[in-house]
Write a protein that binds this ligand. Structure first.
Ligand code: ATP
Length: 359
């Protein structure tokens, strides 16, 4: 296949359940070998989109093209994918090897070759010795690795993962996260994973598709999504951005709570909006002297609480009683040299490039 043509093309997909629109004109292209995460809150349509790609849901409108072929109306068994669900979904009465080999039975593969494939897959998921066990004898993490091996057994062109880690405990989840990434890169298999966990999407994906109410809110690399959230919805959902309602006074100043504040950016023409900045983009100062207001937003705030977070310290601060409190994250070392007291009034500066304004 020509590498410049996308491996998967989704064009103007629509799907409703009764009067509820689950997918509203979704268009998306995924390159061969890419790891894409569908990220969004519960009910935003990410699972429905994954199921439509698998043929487990039939769209009312739109087209799906995989490897150059229109698969829009093909039943699931004629599509080229492997899938892993949240709830392992292994056959309890078949051994691990039989589970993994299940899809190979239809391929009329010689017995010996089938056995070799299963053994190779067990090696790849780092569980070489469990072929004769039954799913009930395995931990959740092991079962999910077997489900992954089963999904990969037929060497499909596309791997679909529907919240594969959310039923596992935190430690196993982190471990399996790395394993899935390593295996995906090694095999180079085009992969789509549904998740509502932003950390999972940020650490695993080449690109993230953020969904909101059946629509795509933003598509981008993890860095783009984190650093340049296109909408207030994305800013709220990904990371812990400080978001402050503001009244626009003119193109260069805002009313934040009861304070008039000059901003180092040209504001869009509108009455009000939301000012956003990340907790780690704030710098603390003892006084206002020497702060450059041409390229920094300068604010004064009261320190309310200090939370030790391990690698960093999170300060909870109030700019104005009328505004939601803000968070400021600082490296632990910084507090050794400069330890502010609760109740103290401090000066904050945020570089212009770290500010977002959503009209
Ligand atoms: P979650 O993480 O909760 O599964 P999601 O983003 O994956 O969320 P979907 O499962 O795609 O969301 O569902 C999108 C919307 O469509 C939800 O409001 C859901 O209730 C609705 N929905 C999904 N499947 C059906 C169905 N078979 N019948 C009716 N409504 C459905």
């Amino acid at each position: 296949m020509n590498t410049s043509t996308p491996y998967l093309q989704i064009q103007h997909l629509r799907k409703s359940f009764g009067s509820f629109t689950a997918l509203d004109d979704i268009s998306l292209e995924i390159k061969e070998g890419e790891f894409v995460c569908f990220l969004g809150p519960s009910g935003c349509g990410k699972t429905t989109l994954l199921r439509a790609i698998a043929g487990l849901e039939q769209q009312e409108e739109g087209r799906i093209v995989q490897a150059g072929g229109d698969i829009s109306t093909l039943p699931p068994q004629q599509r080229d994918f492997g899938i892993v669900f949240q709830s392992y979904a292994l056959f309890p009465n078949l051994t691990v090897s039989e589970n993994i080999a299940y899809g190979l039975a239809n391929m009329k593969m010689p017995r010996r070759e089938r056995q070799q494939r299963v053994e190779a897959l067990l090696e790849q998921i780092h569980l070489p010795d469990i072929g004769d066990k039954f799913p009930g004898q395995l931990s959740g993490g092991q079962q999910q690795r077997v489900a992954l091996a089963r999904a990969l057994a037929t060497e499909p062109g596309l791997l679909l993962l529907d919240e594969p880690l959310s039923a596992l405990d935190a430690r196993v989840r982190l471990h399996l996260r790395n394993e899935i990434c390593t295996l995906q890169r090694k095999l180079g298999i085009t992969t789509i994973m549904v998740t509502h966990d932003q950390d999972e999407a940020l650490t695993m994906a080449d690109r993230i598709v953020v969904m909101d109410h059946g629509r795509i809110a933003q598509v981008g690399t993890p860095e783009e999504i984190y650093q340049q959230p296109a909408t207030e919805f994305v800013a709220r959902f990904v990371g812990s951005m400080n978001l402050l309602p503001a009244e626009v006074l003119d193109r260069l100043s805002l009313m934040l709570g009861r304070k008039e504040v000059p901003v180092p950016m040209v504001l869009p023409v509108c009455d009000r909006g939301t000012l956003g900045f990340r907790p780690e983009s704030v710098q603390l100062h003892n006084g206002p002297f020497g702060l450059n207001r041409d390229d920094h937003l300068v604010l004064q705030a009261r320190l309310d609480q200090v939370h030790f977070m391990g690698a960093f310290v999170r300060l909870e601060m109030t700019l104005d009683e009328e505004l939601p409190s803000i968070h400021v994250d600082l490296p632990v070392e910084q507090l050794h040299s400069q330890k502010p007291a609760v109740g103290e009034s401090l000066w904050l500066s945020i570089a212009a490039e770290s500010l977002k304004f959503y009209p």
